[in-house]
Design a protein around this ligand. Structure first.
Ligand code: MG
Length: 375
């Protein structure tokens, strides 16, 4: 996107396979570049585009990479689901873009590399994830010493469910998030609370803090999106109705301000705001994610990959809800990781290629391990 005095020129758009929606958006904005996941999606898309409009259409990871670095765009919104978002994110960071990052897996898989790229290329990461966007807002313009960052969590649909009942929950139960409307993978991650575990890792990379400076607080109403506790005892909170349009607008218009993005909260009718500690026994994914962060990048990569595989298997009805954390922890304890010498690379381009190859190798090894352990 090129930002032209508060309005946007859309230079490129992408989707995975929802080409009907992409075609509608492309007809409206006429970007010069599109990208989709597969050749089959490309064929369907081409038939839906209006005559006389012939954008370039990239395919797969290389298509998303090319789209994320088109020279005319200043800002790139990286919002693919899961590890597939890494290619586009790294490409935008390498090209020095303002990177509005909704794909937390990019930071989980390659947080150190992304921070390095920002320093080298001048890329800037703006957090679209609602909690991190709230922290970004609460930290803006202040250099006061921080006691902790407080990440709020809705607790998902199974917050008060006894453990014995969790064993028999079905995918359709887990896909009913109480407050947010999101994609399947992140909705299951919310139900297991792996989403919050990944968000702790995301916050560590974004804000340069250690996990012991991050508090997780269950807040079932999802009105306070996160808070910053300062050393003087004061706490700044960011509150809004749960609606992703707000963090997206904060990032797209940053550093400018956009009015009337979401409806106001009515504090006289919204009911009580409640808070409690998370239950690490009921939601072991939180503990597993923190253990992975303590072990390093490669362990985070194993956990992220094992989680993606486990969520797919759960959605396909092949494992139970309680098997998800078991699968992930088993992979974390058994998949061999080895150090990479990618950091000896001579250029940032070479570094990105080497780290990507290293991540792909760990992903492959983790997928093989999880699938073999279940067969
Ligand atoms: Mg979030």
């Amino acid at each position: 996107m090129a930002n032209n005095a508060g309005s946007f020129v859309i230079d490129g758009l992408s989707c995975a396979t929802n080409v009907e929606l992409l075609a509608q958006q492309a007809e409206l904005y006429r970007p010069a570049h599109l990208a989709v996941a597969t050749e089959e999606a490309r064929s369907r898309l081409v038939k839906l585009l209006p005559s006389g409009y012939a954008p370039s259409i990239g395919i797969g990871a290389s298509g998303y990479e090319d789209l994320a670095k088109v020279p005319e765009a200043e800002t790139v919104l990286s919002a693919q689901s899961g590890a597939a978002g890494l290619a586009g994110t790294l490409s935008a960071a390498l090209a020095g873009k303002v990177l509005c990052l909704a794909n937390k897996e990019s930071l989980v898989l390659a947080g150190g590399l992304l921070r390095h790229l920002c320093a080298e290329t001048g890329a800037v990461i703006l957090p679209v994830d609602s909690e991190h966007n709230a922290l970004f807002e609460c930290l803006a313009g202040r250099s006061d010493p921080i006691e902790s960052l407080i990440l709020t969590a809705s607790g998902g649909p199974f917050l008060d469910m006894p453990r014995e009942k969790l064993a028999s929950v079905r995918p359709e139960d887990a896909l009913k998030h109480p407050n947010w409307s999101m994609g399947k993978k992140i909705t299951i991650d919310s139900a297991t609370m792996m989403n919050k575990g990944l968000e702790v890792i995301e916050a560590c990379h974004l804000f340069g803090v250690k996990p012991d400076k991050i508090e997780i607080l269950i807040h079932p109403q999802s009105l306070i999106h996160s808070m910053v506790r300062y050393k003087d005892g004061s706490v700044l909170a960011q509150a809004a109705v749960p609606d992703m349009r707000l963090p997206i607008a904060h990032c797209l218009f940053w550093p400018d301000f956009r009015a009337s993005v979401v409806p106001n909260i009515d504090f006289t009718t919204c009911g009580a705001l409640t808070f409690r500690k998370p239950d690490f026994d009921l939601f072991p994914c939180l503990r597993i994610a923190l253990q992975a962060y303590a072990q390093g990048h490669d362990a985070c990569c194993v956990v992220n990959t094992a989680n993606e595989v486990a969520v797919e298997l759960f959605l396909a009805g092949r494992i139970s809800f309680l098997d998800i954390p078991k699968c992930i922890e088993d992979a974390l304890n058994h998949v061999d990781v080895h150090t990479t010498n990618a950091w000896k690379s001579r250029s940032v381009t070479e570094l990105v290629l080497c780290v990507k190859a290293h991540i792909e190798e760990i992903q492959e090894r983790t997928r093989s391990y999880v699938c073999a352990s279940l067969s």
